[in-house]
Design a protein around this ligand. Structure first.
Ligand code: GCB
Length: 592
């Protein structure tokens, strides 16, 4: 799915701004067809943003069910003969969209885009209205998985229910990424798939272009331009390979982006449609001990992150995102994981541009919170959840396949992979992921005991989350090295794959000090990281360290969370804790 961009044949109109918003407290919006006429009694709501922290009203923050967004727009007269699309960057977790009262799209999955052709429902010369109903419910058919818990006792009001979530981040909802109108000609470039390779000094771009519309284009023109704008390779088919002599590779920390330009051209050389896609030439391979980018061992240094900030919640915010990339560079990180859901396309574009390596994760999180009960049963994980998971993998890979920064897909975070039922579930997910993208390694992020894991052989890299001396042996830093070394070695020996530590860390209250260290102090976080690092440095099959987390973030309320999860190396406002300086020293030193 191509990102909407401007070109000489395409226009983009961003509908970000203040929308009209209404909570559907009595679940009546669909019944009373709120999409047919302008919404009444609305409040202001920014798009993109989560709606939860915008008002002073806790019932809006904690609402379960539908909320309605609406705004009007004009279609320029010059768009009359164009294909007019509306595209929602994401609406969490499911949505239905109407334009002028006509349903144009319905989408399940809170972190990926959807779009609709609205050429036949919009009018030039009058105001058009877009209405989007967004639903935040998580249940046993959704990813993340959740449950609506209903109370039927005298201690709760009649009909009382709560949204149970099984993941450790606040269930922010709303329209989190921009809504855009864009045009294409009627015959248009529908999709482009690029796979790159290296042949000696040359780079290869294997391309596959999909064109759609009522007629076939007369000619296809493909050109690859370097950063100075020089044409370095050409093509003239829908499918082919461009060879770039003496290629400049896309390398971690040293990104080089060519522009892949596709044009649909008439015999008279008139350009009917054109699309420019940035492309980085790089390869990715995995051996039993190393992760190779362009044939060279790559050691992941960085974080599990979140899209999370004060007030806007998970809403796209360029200022925060640029700040985060500046902090990643400042601290010497070379990578991050999009824990625990696909991040915005805008963030991935920055990673491409800045040479930051990304492990892209699906929103499959929470498959482990039934404690003693089995998770992989139809009751807890409905067959529809698997179907949805497969669909999410497909949408994610279709959206993100061309980003050079993404080097690996993570299909899930922390499932109960010791269960028999987990094997068939993740076999289906792994097979699907490989069939969608045979070019990238795949992983599943685990916290299972290596002796019991039933699924790691389906994947290419062992990714482990572990919290020794935090959730287990709390306060006992001295156990870390022994426990970690035994466990990590087991993972490698049993599955003969490289191992990456995708989460380790400690909640830390900025400004709280204690020597000797105690839990929650800045000293404890530093000491805990150092113990881990000593183990990583001794084991030659460790391919990376991602501290949990880049920054403090919001969670649901609970007795273990004081104002959210405080495992950030930066505060939620992006100020460094002592651990940031420790990591900065370590990561700026070349190792391995
Ligand atoms: C984990 C989860 C992550 C949590 C973290 C924690 O294992 O993957 O989502 O936030 O632990 O801090 O408990």
């Amino acid at each position: 799915m191509l990102y909407p961009v401007e070109s000489e044949t395409r226009e983009v109109k961003d509908l970000s701004g203040i929308w009209r918003f209404k909570i559907d407290r009595n679940h009546e919006g669909y019944r009373n067809k709120w999409y047919e006429t302008p919404l009444r009694d609305t409040i202001m709501m920014p798009v993109p943003a989560s709606y939860n922290d915008i008002t002073q009203d806790a019932t809006i923050r904690d609402h379960i069910g539908d909320v309605w967004y609406e705004r009007t727009f004009f279609v320029p007269a010059s768009w009359a003969d164009k294909r007019i699309m509306i595209r929602v960057g994401s609406a969490t977790h499911s949505a239905v969209m109407w334009v002028n009262g006509v349903e144009v799209a319905a989408h399940k999955g809170g972190y990926l885009p959807f779009e609709a052709d609205i050429s036949d429902v919009v009018h030039v010369g009058v105001e058009n209205r877009v209405t989007i109903a967004v639903n935040n419910i998580l249940d046993n058919t959704t990813i993340p998985i959740g449950k609506i818990k209903r109370y039927d006792d005298v201690f709760h009001p009649p009909g009382y229910k709560v949204q149970e979530i099984y993941h450790d981040f606040f269930n922010y909802a709303g329209i989190h990424r921009p809504v855009k109108l864009y045009t294409t000609p009627k015959v248009f470039i529908e999709d482009i798939t690029l796979v790159t390779d290296i042949d000696g000094m040359d780079g290869l771009i294997h391309y596959n272009i999909a064109v759609a519309g009522p007629t076939s284009p007369e000619q296809i023109r493909v050109r690859v331009a370097d950063e100075a704008g020089n044409i370095v390779a050409t093509g003239s088919q829908l499918k082919g390979t461009c060879r770039i002599e003496k290629v400049q590779l896309w390398e971690p920390g040293n990104a080089y982006l060519y522009t892949f330009l596709v044009e649909l051209v008439t015999k008279e050389e008139e350009i009917k449609d054109c699309y420019r896609l940035p492309v980085g030439v790089r390869t990715v391979h995995v051996t039993n001990k190393k992760f190779l980018i362009n044939g060279k061992p790559f050691y992941f240094k960085g974080f599990g992150k979140h899209e999370d900030m004060d007030i806007r919640g998970k809403g796209l915010d360029d200022a925060i995102n640029v700040k985060d990339f500046n902090l990643l560079k400042w601290i010497g990180a070379n990578s991050f994981r999009t824990s625990h859901y696909p991040y915005s396309e805008e963030i991935l574009q920055m990673a491409d541009r800045e040479g930051i390596v990304v492990i892209a994760e699906s929103p499959a999180v929470g498959f482990n919170f039934w404690n003693d009960k089995e998770v992989f049963t139809d009751e807890h994980v409905h067959p529809e959840a698997l179907a949805h998971h497969l669909n999410v993998m497909e949408e994610m890979i279709k959206r993100d396949k061309n980003h050079p920064s993404i080097v690996m897909w993570s299909v899930a975070n922390e499932a109960t992979t010791h269960e028999d039922g987990a094997f068939s579930y993740f076999k289906a997910v792994a097979d699907k992921t490989r069939s969608l993208d045979p070019t990238r390694p795949i992983t599943i992020v685990q916290n299972t005991n290596p002796d019991d894991c039933k699924v790691a052989q389906l994947f290419d890299v062992i990714c482990v989350n572990r919290y020794p001396s935090w959730y287990t042996d709390s306060g006992h830093l001295e156990v870390i090295e022994r426990q970690l070394e035994i466990e990590l070695t087991k993972w490698h020996t049993r599955f003969n794959q490289p191992v990456m530590m995708t989460e380790y860390g400690a909640d830390t209250i900025a400004g709280f000090h204690s020597d000797p260290p105690v839990m929650f102090s800045e000293e404890y976080q530093c000491a805990l990281l150092e113990h881990h690092h000593r183990v990583f440095d001794r084991l030659d099959f460790i391919i990376g360290e991602h501290v949990w987390n880049f920054a403090d973030f919001a969670t649901k309320q609970g007795v273990t969370r004081v104002g959210g999860n405080k495992k950030g190396v930066f505060t939620r406002q992006r100020q460094p804790k002592a651990a940031a300086h420790l990591l900065r020293k370590r990561w700026h030193t070349e190792r391995r």
